[in-house]
Design a protein around this ligand. Structure first.
Ligand code: NOJ
Length: 559
C-alpha cells in the first residue's frame, strides 16, 4: 500500500483538553472489517495499529472502535462474552495497549463501544443463570419470568424482538428470559446492584488503559420496570415514551449515567461518552447532559433525503437542542447499522411526494430481496460527497464510518450463505440485514482481499471494491479520499467556536451558512448550476463548471 508522508504535527496539547470531543471528527472502525494483520479473514487490532498512519493522514481526531471483545459474533460482536478482554481472534490486551499508544502517539483519541443492555448468552453470568434455579441471585442479573399456561410452555408475553421473532426464550424449566435483540443477547436487569457495580468496574478498566471515551449501545434501554403481570405488545404500543414506558427511555436510566459520570470525572481529562439513544428528539438532551453521558447521537440527517429543506430544518433544530443541554451535537450519515449514504442517495427518496416516510433507516424497501432498486451509483456518490463536505463544516462532532472516505457503496447482493446479520435470519430473509455495509475495506486494487489481509475476507468483497481501494485513490487529487483529507485538514485550520449562521440564498435548493474565520459553506441540492458568492474557493466536492457551483455539490469559501 502506498502511504503518503504525513507532515501534520501531533497535537500534544489535545491530551489534556477536556472539550476535545465537542467538535471532533470521529472515525468509526468496525474492527472485523478494517484490516486483517494475521490473514485469518477477520480484521484485528494489530491490523488497525498498522493503519494508524493512514488515520493520521486522513486527519481524524478520534476513533470509535465497535466491539472487539470475546464474542461468538451472533450480532457482530454486540453479544459480549467478557467486557474486559479482547477476542483472541482480534488480538490480546497487549495489542490493545499498543493500539492506544499508537493512536495517542498520532494525536488521535480512542472511544470504545460499551454494550450494557445485554450480555451474550456465553457470558459466565448467563451460564450461571441457566445452571441456577428459578428465583436464584444468578437469575436476578437477567430478566427471567415464568411462562404462561400449564408447565409454563407459553411465553410470558407476546413481544417481538427488535431483530424479528419473539423476545422471550424458554430455558426448559418453565422460565423464559427476555432479549430485546437476538436470542444470544439476554437483557440485563439494571435493578441488580451487582450489574451496576460490574459496569463501573468495566468503565474504570478501560479508562485506566487510556481509553478517552465510550459509545453507549442502546442507552435508552437499560432501565426497565416490569412487574409480574407483563403488558401485551398492543398495550406497550399504546404507551407513550414519556419517561414511564416499561421498556424504553425511562427517567431513572439517568441515575445510572449520573453514577457513570462520577467515574468519567475522576479522570483527567474526564472520559467522554456518547449515547446511542433512539428517542424522540425532545428527550435526547437528557442523555447529553453534563451530569450524564455528555453527548447523544442525532440520527436525523441519516434519516433525511438529500433535500435542502429537510437538511436546514434538522440542522437548525439540532443545534438549538444541543445548546439547551450545554452539549454539542453529532452528525452521522453512515454507520454499521444502515445502508451507506453513497447508496441511499442514489436511490429514490424515502419521502414520497406527499411527505410520507417509506421506511425507517432506508433499509428494507430499498434493498429488499427481489426488488431491483434503480440505483444511480454516480449520483449517489456525488451527493454523498456534497453532504459529507457540508457535514464537516457544521459545528459539533462528525461521526464518519469506515469506508465512507472512499465513497464506498453498500454491497446489496451478498450471497445468502455469506450473510451474518441476525436480522436476516430472524426476519427471516425478508430484511437483507446490515452485512452490506460491513464488507471489509479495500486497501489495494488487487490481492486476495484487496489488501485487507493476505487471504480472502470473512465477508466476500465484490470485484468492484478494487476500484475504490485506498491505493487507487491515494494519489488522485479528485478522489473521495483526498476530498476527506483536505476537508479534515481545513476544518482543523478554520474551526474555532461553535457559531453558525444561515446565509439566505434566495433559492429553495441551495443552503449556505457561515462559520467564524470567514468560512462559508454553500451546497447546491438541485440539478442546476448556481452562482457562488465572491470569495476564495477553498474546496469543492466536485469541480466548478464555468465558475458556477454545479448541482449536488458543496463548496467551501473564505468570504
Ligand atoms: C445497536 C448497535 O449499533 C447494533 O449494531 C446492535 O445490533 C444493537 N445495538 C444491539 O446491540
Amino acid at each position: 500500500m502506498t502511504e503518503v508522508m504525513d507532515t501534520r504535527l501531533t497535537p500534544d496539547e489535545s491530551a489534556s483538553d477536556a472539550t476535545w470531543w465537542r467538535q471532533a471528527a470521529v472515525y468509526q472502525i468496525y474492527p472485523r472489517a478494517f484490516a486483517d494483520a494475521n490473514g485469518d479473514g477477520l480484521g484485528d487490532l494489530p491490523g488497525i495499529t498498522e493503519r494508524v498512519p493512514y488515520l493520521r493522514r486522513l486527519g481524524v481526531d478520534a476513533v470509535w472502535l465497535s466491539p472487539f471483545y470475546p464474542s461468538a459474533l451472533a450480532d457482530g460482536g454486540y453479544d459480549v462474552d467478557d467486557y474486559r478482554d479482547v477476542d483472541p481472534r482480534l488480538g490480546t490486551l497487549e495489542d490493545f495497549d499498543a493500539l492506544v499508544a499508537a493512536l495517542h502517539g498520532a494525536g488521535i483519541k480512542l472511544i470504545v463501544d460499551l454494550v450494557p443492555n445485554h450480555t451474550s448468552d456465553r457470558h459466565p453470568w448467563f451460564q450461571e443463570a441457566l445452571a441456577s434455579p428459578k428465583g436464584s441471585p444468578a437469575r436476578d442479573r437477567y430478566i427471567f419470568r415464568d411462562g404462561k399456561g400449564p408447565d409454563g410452555a407459553e411465553p410470558p408475553a407476546d413481544w417481538p424482538s427488535t431483530f424479528g421473532g419473539p423476545a422471550w426464550e424458554p430455558v426448559g424449566d418453565g422460565q423464559w428470559y427476555m432479549h430485546h435483540f437476538a436470542t444470544e443477547q439476554p437483557d440485563l436487569n439494571w435493578k441488580n446492584p451487582e450489574v451496576r457495580a460490574d459496569f463501573l468496574h468495566t468503565l474504570r478498566f478501560w479508562s485506566d488503559r487510556g481509553v478517552d471515551g465510550f459509545r453507549v449501545d442502546v442507552a435508552h434501554g437499560l432501565a426497565k420496570d416490569l412487574g409480574d403481570e407483563l403488558p401485551s405488545q398492543a398495550e406497550l404500543d399504546a404507551m407513550p415514551w414519556d419517561g414511564n414506558h416499561p421498556l424504553w427511555d425511562r427517567d431513572e436510566v439517568h441515575e445510572i449515567y449520573a453514577e457513570w459520570r462520577g467515574v468519567f470525572n475522576s479522570y483527567d481529562p474526564p472520559r467522554t461518552a456518547v449515547a446511542e439513544a433512539w428517542v424522540a428528539a425532545d428527550r435526547r438532551a437528557r442523555y447529553a447532559s453534563a451530569e450524564g453521558l455528555g453527548q447523544a447521537f442525532n440520527f436525523d440527517l441519516l434519516e433525511a433525503d438529500f433535500d435542502a429543506a429537510q437538511f436546514r430544518e434538522i440542522i437548525t433544530f439540532n443545534l438549538e437542542l444541543a445548546a439547551s443541554s450545554g452539549s454539542s451535537t453529532t452528525w452521522v450519515f453512515s454507520n454499521h447499522d444502515v445502508v451507506r449514504h453513497a447508496t441511499r442517495y442514489g436511490l429514490p427518496p424515502r419521502r414520497t411526494a406527499d411527505g410520507e416516510v417509506r421506511e425507517k433507516q432506508g433499509k428494507k424497501w430499498l434493498l429488499a430481496r427481489g426488488a431491483a432498486p434503480a440505483l444511480d451509483r454516480e449520483l449517489g456518490l456525488r451527493r454523498a460527497r456534497a453532504a459529507s463536505l457540508l457535514e464537516l463544516a457544521l459545528p459539533g462532532s462528525s461521526y464518519l464510518y469506515q469506508g465512507e472516505e472512499l465513497g464506498l457503496h453498500e454491497v446489496p447482493d451478498l450471497p445468502d450463505e455469506a450473510r451474518q446479520d441476525p436480522t436476516f435470519f430472524r426476519s427471516p430473509g425478508v430484511d437483507v440485514g446490515r452485512d452490506g455495509c460491513r464488507v471489509p475495506l479495500p486497501w489495494t486494487r488487487e490481492g486476495a482481499s484487496f489488501g485487507f489481509g493476505s487471504g480472502p475476507a470473512d465477508l466476500p468483497q465484490p470485484d468492484w471494491f478494487g476500484d475504490y481501494a485506498v491505493e487507487v485513490q491515494d494519489g488522485d487529487p479528485g478522489s473521495t479520499l483526498n476530498l476527506y483529507r483536505r476537508a479534515l485538514e481545513l476544518r482543523r485550520e478554520l474551526q474555532t467556536d461553535e457559531e453558525m449562521v444561515w446565509v439566505e440564498t434566495g433559492r429553495d435548493d441551495v443552503l449556505a451558512f457561515r462559520r467564524p474565520n470567514g468560512w462559508l459553506n454553500v451546497t447546491a441540492f438541485g440539478d442546476e448550476p448556481v452562482d457562488l458568492p465572491a470569495g476564495e474557493v477553498l474546496l469543492t466536492s466536485a469541480p466548478l463548471e464555468d465558475g458556477k457551483l454545479p448541482g449536488a455539490t458543496t463548496a467551501w469559501l473564505r468570504a
